[in-house]
Design a protein around this ligand. Structure first.
Ligand SMILES: NC(=O)c1ccc[n+]([C@@H]2O[C@H](COP(=O)([O-])OP(=O)(O)OC[C@H]3O[C@@H](n4cnc5c(N)ncnc54)[C@H](O)[C@@H]3O)[C@@H](O)[C@H]2O)c1
Length: 335
């Protein structure tokens, strides 16, 4: 079985992907971000029975030699490590450049050096900015409305250039907003859920009239698996949206979660400090997933409003039944 190196494996999407790969008997080398507490993020909660094919290595994506040494041991590389918070990107631009751009350069260069057979780079729907044409397909103009988006565009373009210049077998996967178990509390859906769980009837949010194409984590993980498994060489040098082709406002999401939690909201308060600067706010995202359907046979399951509600219910129950509130900086994100 092929050995797959996953960066960002300690995080939300990465850990869900690694878990699925292990269940499918792949051998996985998982990068967890080095820290002095020997904390491997979500990887430390994995079932003991599952980890026989898992090797966890702690380190930093910014360190070329370190990354090159791991890539050398791998057949396929999946790059997810990144700084992803938009508000934090306003404050820490240089850090975002180092992790998101230089980090991606390290993965590209190491994959080129070691003649990797397949490299998957993770992009984001934020690279498109507010939709100029709907649905957003891969030809939509790129428009960085935050430093985060700018660093992801740079990383994507560098990746495409490695395909054109060196024939590197690289594919860019572009997930639209993803939700599900293990997502950090700073993201909007866990944040809303946890405000409800804290017995609040006043929900504090940023803009509630923005629209997003929300994807359940299991569908996104399936998208990665399809790219890993496909023998279709046409995926190389391509950017592929992973989305549902549906969009919901934050207000609608609050209403669905209110029904799930059986709690009425008295007020949704737009909080000034939660709003993005006016020109930085992305008002609407709605993916065209035509290319993903064609190239990799992508077919997300959580698309209808009914299935979205049941995925939100699963997510709600996960936050409710796991002892997650203390794991995250709950008090920091949920007033
Ligand atoms: N969550 C979403 O809705 C979403 C949507 C589109 C794209 N993405 C992309 O998916 C990827 C994963 O995002 P996520 O939602 O799982 O976020 P996450 O923050 O849970 O995961 C990112 C991981 O990167 C690791 N990391 C950060 N800096 C590092 C460094 N210097 N060295 C090594 N590791 C480092 C962190 O430890 C973290 O676990 C990112 O590339 C993100 O841009 C996420």
């Amino acid at each position: 079985m092929k050995k797959i190196f996953v960066t960002g494996a300690d995080g939300f999407i990465g850990s869900n992907l690694v878990e699925k790969l292990l269940r499918k008997n792949y051998k996985v080398i998982a990068l967890s971000y080095y820290n002095s507490f020997d904390d491997t993020g979500w990887l430390k909660y994995f079932d003991k029975k599952l980890v026989k094919n898992l090797k966890i290595i702690s380190g930093d994506i910014r360190d070329f030699n370190f990354i090159n040494d791991i890539v050398k041991q791998s057949d396929i590389v999946i790059h997810l490590a990144a700084l992803i918070g938009i508000p934090f990107s306003y404050k820490s631009v240089k850090n975002y450049m180092d992790v998101n751009i230089t980090g991606t350069y390290n993965v590209l260069e190491a994959s080129k050096n070691n003649k990797i057979k397949k490299l998957i780079i993770t992009s984001t729907s934020e690279v498109y900015g507010s939709a100029q044409k709907l649905p957003i397909n891969e030809a939509h103009p790129l428009n960085a409305q935050s430093p985060y988006a700018a660093t992801k565009i740079a990383a994507d373009q560098l990746s495409l250039s490695y395909h054109k210049a060196y024939d590197l077998p690289v594919t860019i996967i572009r997930p639209f907003n993803t939700f599900g178990p293990r997502q950090s509390m700073r993201a909007v859906i866990p944040n809303i859920i946890n405000q409800f769980l804290k017995n609040k009837n006043k929900i504090f949010l940023g803009s509630i009239d923005t629209f997003r194409d929300f994807n359940y984590i299991e569908d996104i993980v399936e998208g990665y698996i399809k790219v890993i498994k496909t023998k279709n060489k046409k995926i190389f040098g391509e950017q592929i949206n992973l989305g549902t082709n549906k969009t919901y406002s934050i207000k609608e999401i609050v209403n669905i979660i209110s029904l799930i939690s059986k709690k009425k909201i008295i007020l949704i308060k737009n909080k000034k400090e939660r709003l993005r600067p006016k020109n930085s706010e992305v008002t609407k995202l709605l993916a065209s997933n035509k290319k993903a359907r064609k190239l990799i046979g992508y077919s997300p399951k959580i698309v209808s409003k009914k299935s979205l509600s049941s995925a939100l219910k699963k997510t709600f129950d996960w936050y409710k039944t796991n002892q997650n509130l203390p794991i995250f900086k709950n008090a920091h994100y949920v007033e």
